[in-house]
Design a binder for this molecule. Structure first.
Ligand code: DGY
Length: 319
């Protein structure tokens, strides 16, 4: 019997995905670059996607009409033309849920590093400016305990962040989004509008997916509505932020600090202005980058593909 053909469009995908797919399919692997993908995509029944490369009309045309399934090893899929996929009747799944813990941990890491002025502390040590003469008022940061934390987008990651931060004795959790959620009640988080969240929060944590609606939603007007001591954390996508406006808000101390796991562009050039700000902690989009999480994501993406090829519902379908 002829086996389905699957392209794994990234040679660094965890082995578990190769093993699962190879058991049932003919698997081809290529580098996660546009040209190698275009060269290898033709005639595939399924594609395992694992990069921020655009999966667009050109890619789909090149793949051909036999393409049945796409599985992305990511929760976000703003780089993928979902409308075009839907139009062609292709099944498409992603990997939500399995990365909630890892991404939430990075949000907490950034909240701690920014509120406790990590970059300034490290610089003081490196420049031999850490001295007993500095006194008890030196390098004072802010507390998470007693604070108000505002979550923009109370999905799986936002909910996990609330669970994590509960043990820091946060005074109040707020969240905003399209609608009030039962999970908000369970977590004792209050549903408010965006303006209220910005006005009251000491930490504003962005967990919304990148869509037309959220594109550059964090702009000068939004930063101007935040408290002066507000710390902005982004573990979603860089493009939800108007970055020059954020740089300005940080440089003028309009807000206290920012912790960013995502930014524009990625990779960030080493001379970028964000890296010159002492009140901005950057991590290189490592939210889901733990061995266990990446293995779980690879496994789920491969299982989505295999299920759809067998005509069964995907575990995590988008389309
Ligand atoms: C995701 O899964 O969307 C992470 O941000 C990795 O891209």
């Amino acid at each position: 019997m002829t086996k389905f053909k699957v392209l794994i469009a990234n040679s660094s995908v965890p082995q578990i995905a190769h093993d699962l797919l190879k058991a049932d399919c003919d698997v081809r692997v290529c580098e996660a670059e546009r040209e190698p993908i275009l060269q290898n995509i033709s005639g595939m029944d399924a594609m395992f996607w694992s990069s921020h490369i655009k999966l667009d009309k050109e890619m789909l045309d090149k793949a051909g009409p036999q393409l049945k399934v796409i599985g992305t090893m990511s929760a976000g899929y703003d780089n993928i033309d979902v409308d075009e996929i839907r139009k062609r009747g292709i099944k498409f799944g992603n990997t939500p849920g399995v990365l909630n813990d890892a991404v939430a941990n990075v949000a907490v890491l950034l909240a701690l590093m920014t509120s406790r002025r990590y970059l300034e502390g490290i610089e003081a040590i490196e420049k031999s400016e850490w001295s007993h003469k500095n006194g008890p008022q030196w390098l004072l940061g802010q507390d998470i305990s007693g604070s108000t934390v505002g979550i923009v987008g109370l999905g799986g990651i936002g909910q996990t962040i609330v669970q994590r931060l509960k043990c820091f004795n946060v005074e109040k959790f707020l969240y905003t989004g399209h609608k009030e959620k039962p999970e908000g009640h369970i977590l004792s988080a209050h549903f408010v509008n965006m303006d209220t969240l910005l006005r009251e929060s000491d930490f504003v944590i962005a967990c919304v997916p990148l869509t037309k609606e959220t594109d550059k939603m964090f702009n000068a007007e939004v930063f101007s509505k935040m408290k002066k001591n507000a710390i902005f954390i982004n573990v979603s996508r860089g493009a939800i932020v108007n970055q020059p406006d954020l740089v300005d808000a940080l440089r003028t101390n309009r807000i206290y600090a920012a912790g960013l796991d995502v930014m524009t562009p990625e990779p960030l050039p080493s001379d970028h202005e964000l890296l010159k700000l002492k009140n901005c902690v950057i991590t290189p989009h490592i939210g889901s980058a733990t061995v266990k999480t990446r293995n779980n994501m690879a496994e789920l993406a491969a299982k989505n593909i295999l299920k759809a090829l067998k005509g069964e519902p995907m575990i995590a379908p988008v389309v």
